[in-house]
Design a protein around this ligand. Sequence first.
Ligand code: GDP
Ligand code: MG
Length: 143
Amino acid sequence: MIKPDGVQRGLVGEIISRFEKKGFKLVQLKMMKVTKEVAEEHYKDLKDKPFFPDLIGYILSGPVVGMVWEGQGVVKAARKIIGATNPLEAEPGTIRGDLAVQTGRNVVHGSDSPENGERETALWFAGHGIVEWEAHMKPWLVE
Ligand code: GDP
Ligand code: MG
């Protein structure tokens, strides 16, 4: 998910591009204004953290872009492409390392496990599912 700061700062294309260029397949994409219910459900594991109200406020502060990407090792690789939670600790070359400075404005979210990827896809794209399509680049990416 591209967070509101990523959208406001004009980073949507740049962020999508990094996943596309890596070789992942886009199977769902939607710009949306999140409801409080969805934001709180999405981050329910963090509800006891002191920053939770700020986090929910941040996610509700403007439109976000939800995406679903598929590919070999996509969850782990996407977390690497995104970089550490604190952008000042994220490596150069990662999205957060290159494009952000603060944990509370770290431009992008990535699912941390395949199970959470499924859970978040069902939550964010309820009733939409994903788009099944054959990527013709596939034999050029995997042997
Ligand atoms: P992520 O998986 O790398 O996004 O990190 P977490 O799952 O630990 O936290 C989710 C999100 O909560 C982060 O991406 C930040 O936007 C926010 N967050 C985490 N820690 C803090 C914090 O200490 N302060 C604030 N303001 N936000 C935080
Ligand atoms: Mg997380």
